[in-house]
Design a protein around this ligand. Structure first.
Ligand code: ADP
Ligand code: MG
Length: 862
């Protein structure tokens, strides 16, 4: 089929009109319609690219490369001339490039470095239905840029299937153009009964189904497998089959060299079987396929909370994805699709995949957004908002890595609304980290490694954390012995053991024999190699020295700390493996860890394991011993040394607590009781006394009376210039009493009155006793106690018998303060309050006497 005959051309005039009009467009057309290859060329031919290029964002590197190659061929230029591509480690572009296919964060980074997108006329978001993280975010950012600095920018969103309604609202105002394309019916077949791939590997099942379908059909086959390993096993199984000997068979996945990828899509006279990852689901069209064998699995990127990074795990594909795969069999003629699962199982699969923004770690994109000055990431115009906890986690990690700081520039601070929270902005270190197209953890490790000349081992370590641990656990004594002999002793880092094990396996080309002897999962170890190479390539591209050189272990361990400081742990005691971690977490160091002696360590893996009785144990593994001095060296701002004086409830003493903290983790706390400054101690003890938790035994009723007397004196006789004793004065007095002591015991026994008396001058003391005496001497020579109150007159209390012979009224304060008399019964119960005794004897006494003399006949009754 000539390109011009592709179905997309039915939409050409509508596309051109929409691009010219609103400048926003959604194109929905089935796979193979010509969207990816033809639309960029339409933009070129209709003059939209005279002032700049079109950047086409692709979710997959393999697709980006192959599309660029195909389009260059159709345009008639060399790859990298008018048509080029740019993927993480490869770039074929030039000053002449008008159509540039890119992947992942390349476009978002470009937008963060230049918000005007100079030299770019149009952006195309391809395969948008896959809802890749960078597709979502780059589109949101593109719309912001179009709305502000670049109203002339053209934005096109393309996909095979799409919920166009949501997008239409999000992009409004925009055109939505739909093409039905041309498709043929596809017959769906399922396995008659369930197969466990553990026992009957998926590649063997796939090869058998190929054999069965081969007899019934013409045309080529497309087999879907999750990854490179399963693909190579499938290719082997197919090539070993006698029934399939007339077929040629090719693998197709991103890790193959480009020539092999091209070979898979080329045309042949013989029938062919392509065994591919889901790159062939919608990204690439392979002509001539009439049968699809769908393994039903895919490698899915997902945040792995154990390792704090995104990892690829093999998972079951959704029903929507299965339908797309089936569609690949009906492009040119009716076809058949065999699903390697049962019809019964089918409805239990997810209807759709969750968008990546909902399942991936966001640290890298948050950092890129911050680099664009978007500090308030929660209110970024997301097509679909991520979980707020995921954003928080990303910001926290970035802050721990030193990429974000809580310091908004002064200008921004002024603009902040009152009460608004300052949002963390990117730091200089964060900007440096952004140069590396890897997870910020690894970017931070690379920067630390560059300073210390250990980029190579750090790249290997990064690769080691990406895959599953290939050193098997719970191995036999024999294997343990072999490991000891081959790998030597290790106490500083589990990584060092892993690195030595990997090198051993690598040296023996991952021979199953050697691996079995050392308890190494050969396949897992083999996967580290390509990752290692990738990390090295990224480092080299940024000008880091990746040469092999002698480095000391300390430098490498410091780099681990740089990348994993958010997982710093301190052993709680020497007897157990229990640890406390930063951010208030706890866990237990795995028993198989080689790092059993260190007090401080960082762990690269935290996993939750269900224990007995349903409790969850947090197991820490992949540990590296670190030293406290390194914390200060690498994170000076997060290290705090504090000295505080506190009252220790348990010891009932004021103690000095010296603490060293890394963020919220207490590295060491020491308490000593002898060096607390006495004034701070007195203040703390006073707090205890005032709160009623500590009692001064000598502070009794008499003391309170004395204070009342002073206060009444001040109130009744202002001319004496005695000050009222306030609550604050009371605290000052207590502080004076406590001064010199540290323990509660000593405070309890302290004398009180001398300190109180010192509060007044000698003259004031004399005046106090003179004006408001504690006791009053009456006419009969008896001395009776006076009680003073906050309000009302002083009260003299006395038994009737003590008052015989006394008449009239009393007063203190040189006759200016009348005293009330409280007359008590023989049992000290008050029977009458009066201010004039003469009056009492006459009016009330006769009745009182009659009553009381009967009850107390033995007392004197006059
Ligand atoms: P869409 O993006 O709508 O799925 P494409 O533009 O990728 O469609 O492909 C349109 C057609 O172009 C395919 O059906 C195929 O015939 C052809 N084509 C695309 N890429 C290649 C290639 N690398 N090699 C051969 N043919 C290709
Ligand atoms: Mg396409």
């Amino acid at each position: 089929m000539k390109p011009r005959d592709l179905p997309i051309y039915e939409l050409e005039s509508a596309i051109v009109a929409a691009v010219r009009g609103t400048g926003r467009l959604v194109v929905q057309a089935p796979t193979g319609s010509g969207k990816s290859t033809q639309l960029p060329q339409m933009l070129l031919r209709h003059g939209f690219l005279s002032a700049g290029e079109v950047v086409v964002l692709q979710p997959r590197r393999l697709a980006a490369r192959m599309l660029a190659r195909r389009v260059a061929e159709e345009v008639g230029c060399d790859l990298g001339a008018e048509v080029g591509y740019q993927i993480r480690l490869e770039s074929r572009v030039s000053a002449r490039t008008k159509i540039r296919f890119v992947t992942e964060g390349i476009l978002l980074r470009q937008m963060s470095f230049d918000a005007t997108l100079r030299g770019v006329s149009a952006l195309v978001f391809d395969e948008f239905h896959e809802r890749h993280l960078y597709g979502d975010i780059s589109l949101a950012r593109a719309l912001q840029i179009q709305r502000t600095t670049r109203p002339d920018l053209k934005v096109v969103v393309m996909s095979a299937t799409l919920d166009a309604g949501v997008l239409r609202d999000y992009l409004a105002p925009c055109e939505v153009l739909v093409s039905q394309g041309r498709t043929f019916p596809v017959r769906i077949e399922y396995l008659p009964k369930a197969v466990s791939f553990e026992h009957d590997p998926v590649w063997d099942v796939a090869a058998r189904e190929c054999e069965r379908v081969a007899a019934e059909t013409d045309g080529d086959f497309l087999v879907f497998m999750p990854g490179a390993y399963e693909i190579s096993r499938t290719v082997q199984a197919i090539q070993a089959s006698r029934e399939l000997r007339d077929f040629i068979c090719f693998p197709l996945h991103g890790e193959l060299p480009p020539e092999q990828q091209d070979r898979a899509v080329a045309r042949y006279d013989a029938r062919k079987i392509i065994v591919s990852t889901n790159v062939a689901e919608t990204s690439l069209t392979i002509d001539g396929v009439t049968a699809v064998i769908d393994g039903g699995l895919a490698r899915m990127a997902r945040f792995d909370p154990h390792r704090g990074i995104n990892t690829l795990l093999v998972e079951k594909i959704s029903r929507a994805s299965a339908d797309q795969r089936a569609g690949r069999a009906g492009r040119t003629a009716p076809g058949v699709c065999v699903r390697l699962w049962t019809e019964r199982e089918h409805p239990s699969r997810a209807a759709q995949e969750l968008p990546e923004v909902k399942r991936l770690d966001l640290a890298e994109v948050v950092l890129t957004l911050k680099a664009s000055g978007i500090d308030d990431v929660a209110n970024f115009p997301w097509l679909e908002k991520p979980d707020p906890r995921a954003l928080e986690r990303a910001e926290m990690l970035l802050a721990d890595l030193g990429a974000l700081g809580a310091r908004p520039p002064p200008a921004a601070q002024a603009e902040l609304r009152p009460g608004a929270v300052a949002l963390p902005s990117i730091t200089d270190l964060g900007r440096k980290m952004l140069r590396f197209p890897v997870h910020p953890r690894y970017a931070r490790m690379f920067l630390a490694a560059a300073e210390r000349g250990c980029v190579r081992p750090v790249a290997l370590m990064a690769a080691l954390t990406q895959g599953r641990n290939f050193l098997l656990r719970g191995v036999s004594r024999e294997v343990e012995k072999a490991r000891e002999d081959a790998l030597g002793e290790e106490h500083a880092s589990d990584f060092f053991l892993l690195m030595r094990a990997w090198r051993q396996a690598d040296r023996h080309n991952f021979s199953l024999d050697v691996c079995r002897r050392l308890g190494i999962h050969a396949q897992g170890a083999r996967q580290v190699g390509p990752l290692f190479e990738q990390f090295l390539a990224i480092a080299a591209k940024e000008g880091l020295d990746v040469a092999e050189q002698r480095v000391d272990d300390t430098a490498v361990r410091k780099c681990v700390l740089a990348g994993f400081s958010d997982q710093l742990a301190r052993r709680l005691d020497a007897g157990t493996l229990r640890c406390e971690l930063v951010h208030g977490r706890r866990g237990v160091l795995g028993r198989e860890s080689a790092v059993q002696q260190a007090r401080l360590l960082v762990v690269a893996e935290i996993s939750e394991v269900g224990g007995r009785d349903g409790d969850v144990n947090t197991i820490l593994s992949l540990a590296t011993a670190v030293e406290e001095a390194w914390l200060k060296e690498l994170f000076p701002d997060d290290f705090r040394e504090t000295r505080s004086v506190v009252y220790d409830e348990q010891a009932k003493r004021v103690v000095t607590r010296r603490e060293r903290r890394f963020r919220d983790l207490v590295l060491e706390a020491k308490a000593s009781s002898d060096e607390a400054p006495l004034n701070e101690a007195a203040a703390l003890l006073t707090q205890e006394v005032l709160a009623g938790r500590l009692k001064l035994d000598a502070w009794d009723e008499n003391v309170e009376q004395w204070i009342v007397r002073v206060n009444r004196l001040a109130g009744w006789f202002p001319e004496l210039e005695v000050n009222v004793l306030t609550e604050a004065d009371r605290a000052t007095l207590i502080e004076q009493i406590c001064y010199g002591e540290l323990g509660a015991r000593a405070v309890k026994d302290k004398e009180v009155m001398p300190v109180l008396r010192d509060w007044l001058t000698a003259e004031q003391l004399a005046v106090l006793d003179d004006y408001l005496p504690e006791k009053l001497t009456m006419a009969n020579g008896r001395r009776s106690r006076l009680t003073y109150h906050q309000e009302g007159p002083p009260i003299l209390s006395a038994r009737i018998q003590e008052l015989y012979g006394i008449e009239g009224k009393f007063a203190v304060g040189h006759g200016r303060v009348p005293v009330k008399i409280e007359v008590l019964a023989p049992n000290h119960r008050p029977i009458q309050v009066t201010d004039d005794l003469t009056n009492f004897w006459r009016e009330q006494y006769p009745k009182v006497k009659a009553e009381l003399s009967r009850r107390y006949p033995r007392h004197e009754w006059r």
